[in-house]
Design a protein around this ligand. Structure first.
Ligand code: IFM
Length: 472
């Protein structure tokens, strides 16, 4: 019997919450020339001097291709119930559009079986940036045939895995492979296109999304759950006054210039079947040409929105309806990437996206890069990562308690890995990887994460609203 002085126990996360870790094929697999895999645009970019930190590449990286059994065993040891990984298109169809490579498919087939045997749900991302180089030579995403290439690839994977896989994410962070890959040229394929062409690339990616979603719905052997995964840097209110909350809500979706970084530019077509008016106005004559039929193809029902959130930007309401950015404290906590800690982004981000799009939210990535190494005692101590994850999860739990349907959380990343143009400089894993030997060492954060999973988040501190952030 409870008494008035007993603390009120509020649940942690929903039952059946997906507690996972995420990775991407090019970042961990290695085996770039093994098993019949074709080259991707990332293999080619890494060969160009000066493109990637110290000339690193994903040629070998964590050798997950060779060591996947060991990695599944580690996931089981940690206690994950879900694992988000991506399938490499050029491993499955080496030239992107020709013959299927049975060896490539069988790698994922065995991985899925291994995960299920370990009691871990496989959650598949179809595209995490490793576009087949042969298709790039045929115009890449600028080619009007690109949505059909992607739909065929999707069909191949769905036919092979959907008897066991039910959680599907189609594209990971289209803003990045379009914006970094095709506009500022910092990522593969390294192009610097003008607005008109970038708009075409993005539109073809949206069409590819719609077609792949339809392929999954029509051909999956088990009832699928399908999501769209966005990179998101939500705006957060500088304090919780209604005016500042409204300013943050508005600023999270508004467009001030033509941009493929805008969340609304992607999600409005996918969920509402139309480009945002402000974006179309700003693109002006450079807006992509589209038909009603295109928009119908893009606007097929989705089951959830995946958000990759690492930080956010505080704002307040200014004069005349303007929104003003509020600087974060000088010298405040930030990661090795210089991404500032803004834990309340994991409250406001899910809340604002759910309010606008009325879909469940999964946190498909969250985590931090740090200076992690194997200490003299043979262990990897990463207290800052534990603190970071604690603060962010407290805020996600607040969103869940406030009624946002939050379906899962995937820490980025399971393993230290190849961080694109930053090479191996940034270590995001909860498992340390010695790239010279391939040796894996669980970091302290992995043990902490396992405890948090077992407690379904009830071990996280109870902090008054926004206190997790204020303490920072
Ligand atoms: O490593 C990346 C990942 O591939 C996409 N989301 C952000 C991560 C950290 O930069």
């Amino acid at each position: 019997m409870s008494s008035i002085s007993d603390p009120i126990v509020i649940p942690g996360f929903p039952d059946n919450f997906k507690w996972g870790a995420a990775t991407a094929a090019y970042q961990i697999e290695g085996g770039a020339s093994s098993g019949g895999r074709g080259p991707s645009v990332w293999d080619m970019l890494c060969r160009q001097p000066g493109r990637v930190f110290e000339g690193h590449s994903g040629e070998i990286t964590c050798d997950h291709f060779g060591r996947w059994k060991e990695d599944v065993a580690l996931m089981k040891e940690i206690g994950l119930n879900s694992y988000r990984f991506s399938v490499a298109w050029p491993r499955v169809i080496p030239d992107g559009d020709g013959a299927v490579n049975p060896g490539g498919l069988s790698f994922y087939d065995k991985l899925v079986d291994g995960l299920l045997e370990a009691g871990i749900e496989p959650c598949v991302t179809l595209f995490h940036w490793d576009f087949p180089y042969a298709l790039y030579l045929r115009g890449g995403w600028l080619n009007p045939g690109s949505p059909a290439w992607f739909a065929r690839y999707a069909r191949t994977v769905v036919d092979a895995l959907s008897d066991r896989v039910t959680s599907w994410m189609i594209f990971n962070e289209p803003q990045c492979f379009v914006g970094n890959g095709h506009q500022d040229g910092s990522h593969a394929p390294g192009d610097k296109l003008g607005w008109r062409e970038v708009g075409v690339v993005a539109h073809n990616v949206l069409l590819a999304h719609g077609r792949a979603c339809t392929v999954i719905r029509e051909h999956a052997k088990r009832r699928p759950t399908v999501g769209f995964v966005m990179a998101s840097w939500p705006r957060v209110p500088a304090d919780e006054s209604p005016a500042n909350v409204e300013a943050a809500r508005k600023e999270t979706f508004i467009m001030h210039a033509p941009s493929v970084w805008s969340s609304a530019w992607w999600l409005d077509p996918v969920v509402f079947g139309r480009y945002p008016e402000d974006g179309l106005r700003l693109y002006g004559a450079d807006a992509p040409a589209f038909t009603d039929a295109d928009m119908r193809e893009i606007n097929v029902p989705l089951d959830f929105i995946g958000l990759n959130i690492y930080s956010g930007g505080p704002v307040r309401a200014g004069e005349g309806g303007k929104t003003v950015a509020v600087p974060l404290p000088v010298g405040g906590p930030s990661t090795l990437f210089h991404w500032k800690l803004v834990p309340e982004s994991l409250y406001w981000g899910p809340k604002f996206f759910h309010e606008r799009y009325k879909l469940p939210i999964w946190i498909a990535e969250n985590g931090m890069s740090g200076h992690d190494w194997v200490s003299i005692d043979g262990r990897v101590h990463d207290p800052q990562r534990i603190d970071y994850l604690t603060r962010y999860l407290v805020e996600l739990r607040r969103a869940s308690r406030d009624g946002v349907p939050v379906g899962g959380y995937f820490v980025w990343s399971l393993l230290d890995n190849f961080e694109w143009a930053e090479g191996f400089k940034q270590r995001f894993g909860i498992v340390h990887v010695d790239y010279a030997t391939g040796r894996r060492t669980l970091k302290d954060s992995a043990s902490w994460y396992g405890r948090t999973i077992r407690a379904n988040g009830t071990n996280l501190p109870e902090l008054p609203p926004a206190e997790s952030a204020k303490a920072v």
